[in-house]
Ligand binder design. Sequence first.
Ligand code: NAP
Length: 490
Amino acid sequence: MSRTPDQDGILAVLIVGAGFSGLAMAIRCRQSGIGPLAIIEKGEGVGGTWRENTYPGAACDVPSHLYSLSFAPKADWSRLYARQPEIEGYLQDVARDHDLLPLIRFRTTLVGATWDEARALWRVETDRGEILARSMVSAAGGLHHPALPDIPGRGDFAGANFHTAAWDHGVDLTGLRVGVIGTGASAIQVVPELAGRVGHLTLFQRTPPWIMPKDDRPIPEARKDRYARVPITRWLERVRLFWRLEVPALVGFTRVSKVTARAEAMARHHLKKAVPDKALRKKLTPGYRFGCKRVLLSDEYYPALQRENVTLETGAIGRIVPEGVAMADGSRHALDALVFATGFDVVGGFLRAEVIGREGRRLADAWADGMQAYQGITVAGFPNYFILLGPNTGIGHNSIIAMIEIQVNHVLGCLRALDGGKRSIEVHAGAQARFVERIRRRMKASIWQAGGCRSWYLDGRGRNTTLWPDSVLAYRRSARRARLADYRVE
Ligand code: NAP
């Protein structure tokens, strides 16, 4: 494909989203000589989830030397687990260093996209006008549309209230009575930060998470220097981190197994050491198997819950009232501010824009029975349309960046198949069905379905359409190369 702009103003590839996956896709397209390209981004800057999630304490729970692009290394990560500003800064550097900024149309939101069969291109509707592109890559991710809880009276609360992913930094919470609803990955990071600052913090827990020690620490200057001077040492560290996280998945972490039982014992030990009070410990002990929900890492969460100004409320919430939260048993918590650490609407997020493929088929209808895609990337009936971090490609045990890079490679294979004036590439429905059946079979015995919990991994019918049920290596084997026998190229 040519890199010079098409005379009709038609892009070779339009990428939606300027987070990790969108930037990775653009860099690799450039390196492969695929263009012209553009990225649309609804926000004002690059960074995706790392631009949006600015709540106090926001950080990554995957080590940064692994949670970064293999082809855009950074030798001087400040800590083992970088915090949000450093990761956002990294992505800004990546965009600038790879000269991606001229490609990005900021403050531009995808409204819908329709496949034009006659011209073999996507007519992409944005809030700033139409864009025509031969291929379209959705790099918008699944975790960015805040899910607000359906608690009665939510709109009645009189004080400041916001979701962790839409933090209102204009509100000074110092000295206030603050409620936090939710105890997932976002909550366990925000709670220790708030506890030291607010007057009183009430944490509303519906289900306790399994928590392991994080052991975060700064990376010494000498080591940063070594990583910069001798790049192979940084690369070896990345490899070491990869295997440390990958081995558990290879030996059975994705199922209810002896390995999960051992990990469960370690997490219980962590809880026992951190929380001497038996009654509190009981409230914090999960009643489902380790790994069923995302396992969290923290050394600060349990200590925060034992502060005098923190209350852990485990009763059922009745309703939200103007003055605070009324519990189902009639008791009340008076609050000045309320934080919703209640996660994201994953399926709704994917379907927010109307995508219409061949013969007027809507993606929403294709997914009426649950989200699905071949290798999590392509959908029958939707030619030249690719999804990064799509259905069944999430992981909890290792770096999602590894999954992104595998998918980018797959998409590049498909885009190259269009070389020489081919109109379209579309996955065979049979190949997609076989892939989905393979996932379903493996998922049945998985920890997420057999572990005795409900989580955002499962859809309304209790099916896991979000996670990859195996190791990163298995996904690499499955998806890295686009097998053209599974595709129809016209
Ligand atoms: P989450 O894991 O979905 O947690 C939402 C929390 O809100 C859960 O504790 C849930 O309780 C609670 N909740 C939801 N609706 C409720 C209601 N009506 N009443 C009471 N409680 C309610 O969301 P998250 O913490 O934002 O994390 C989402 C994902 O983002 C994570 O799994 C992870 O993939 C990613 N993330 C990653 C990091 C990182 O460090 N890498 C950090 C933050 C987020 P139940 O458990 O009972 O449903």
